[in-house]
Unconditional design. Structure first.
Length: 185
């Protein structure tokens, strides 16, 4: 019985991870349950055994993606380096922005989708965003304001970079965002 429960949980995790990649790459409206199931290597029936709807899978994928961001921030903070925020900015504008869209940060790739989603998805996003902010800050209001501005700046910069093909303009966006984020920190 324990083996079956473990297999069910593994299947659910595989579907959720695949859904997250799919939503990042194609958006909520860009794929259906059949697509989500196929990408996860399961049947549509198996998808529905784990998620009652595509919207439910989207909400969980958003939550999981924001949890990944929070864990990433935590790793940088726990590095013991006082310059953790600068290192995080460099990572986000460097290695992270070059990740293929399906592997990109949920903050950058799913925020627009959440804005068009139902109230439940917005609630999940908002709750998880608060968690990311708490990971970045103390209860100090100016500190929190800098964290909000930094996240907005980074996700906006990566969105702009992904929308242009000119490498020189991409680098100009990176350098401008890096400079502005550094001034915030």
């Amino acid at each position: 019985m324990a083996k079956r429960a473990e297999q069910k949980e593994e299947s659910r995790a595989r579907i959720l991870a695949s859904a997250g990649r799919g939503f990042r790459a194609r958006g909520f409206g860009g794929l259906g349950v059949d697509d989500l199931a196929k990408q996860a290597g399961v049947t549509s029936g198996a998808f529905y055994a784990h998620f009652k709807s595509k919207a439910a899978a989207f909400r969980e994928a958003v939550g999981a993606g924001m949890d990944e961001l929070r864990a990433g921030v935590r790793r940088f903070r726990e590095s013991g380096d006082d310059g953790w925020l600068t290192a995080f900015v460099d990572f986000y504008l460097g290695e992270r922005r070059r990740a293929p869209l399906p592997e990109s940060c949920a903050l950058q790739s799913l925020t627009g989708e959440v804005a068009r989603a139902d109230a439940e998805a917005k609630s999940v996003f908002e709750d998880k965003l608060r968690g990311v902010l708490s990971e970045m800050t103390t209860d100090n209001r100016p500190d929190r304001a800098r964290a909000i501005a930094t996240l907005a700046l980074l996700s906006g910069a990566v969105s702009l970079i992904r929308a242009v093909d000119d490498p020189a303009l991409q680098e100009e966006i990176v350098e401008s965002a890096r400079e502005a984020a550094t001034k915030l920190g």
